[in-house]
Design a protein around this ligand. Structure first.
Ligand code: SF4
Ligand code: SF4
Length: 165
């Protein structure tokens, strides 16, 4: 049986900036306009994600084996724009994604990308071919980032413990 997790429910409610926006009447507009729900209707559904979040049914969300159920959202914000109750869906989904990472259930591409940023200070590290092409085009050299500073900041967020650095 799925239980209400009140602590989880409070975290979700606290994600809302405006107090009056806590009532979803399940009209389904968010799902109707969501590009991800349109192409993967059996794997992603913002309406049901909001329903389970607002009801505090944490296990219904996190015990789903397919983490696309949480991570499918591309944060395009279309649902936020059409919700008649002005619910900030993407704020709620960010809380869910953060919890997923904290529980070590994030998708592999997230940790791979985070590791690249941690190690090189860039999301996409420079490649010699790109540098050669820049030189041919007489473009200035790109200053390398201060990796130590980047790591210091990321360590403050405890990212290093998530990516085992
Ligand atoms: S559009 Fe808003 S009110 Fe309608 S189901 Fe989605 S979150 Fe609920
Ligand atoms: S923000 Fe996420 S849930 Fe909302 S419409 Fe875009 S992909 Fe779908």
């Amino acid at each position: 049986m799925v239980k209400v997790d009140y602590e989880f429910r409070k975290k979700i409610m606290d994600a809302h900036i405006i107090d009056t926006l806590k009532y979803c009447y399940q009209c389904n507009r968010c799902t109707d306009v969501c590009p991800i729900a349109t192409i993967a209707p059996n794997r992603y559904n913002p309406r049901s994600l909001i329903l389970n979040s607002f009801l505090g049914l944490k296990s219904a969300i996190f015990e789903n084996e397919d983490n696309f159920f949480i991570w499918g959202c591309t944060v395009c914000d279309t649902c936020d724009e059409v919700c008649p109750q002005k619910i900030e869906l993407t704020e709620v989904f960010t809380v869910l994604k953060n919890m997923s990472i904290a529980e070590g259930k994030g998708p592999e591409y997230y940790t791979t990308q985070a590791t690249a940023i941690y190690e090189s200070g860039k999301a996409i590290p420079s490649q010699p071919a790109i540098e050669r092409r820049r030189e041919q085009m007489s473009l200035p050299q790109i200053e390398p980032p201060n990796v130590e500073e980047v790591q210091k900041i990321l360590n403050q967020t405890k990212l290093n413990t998530i990516i085992n650095k």
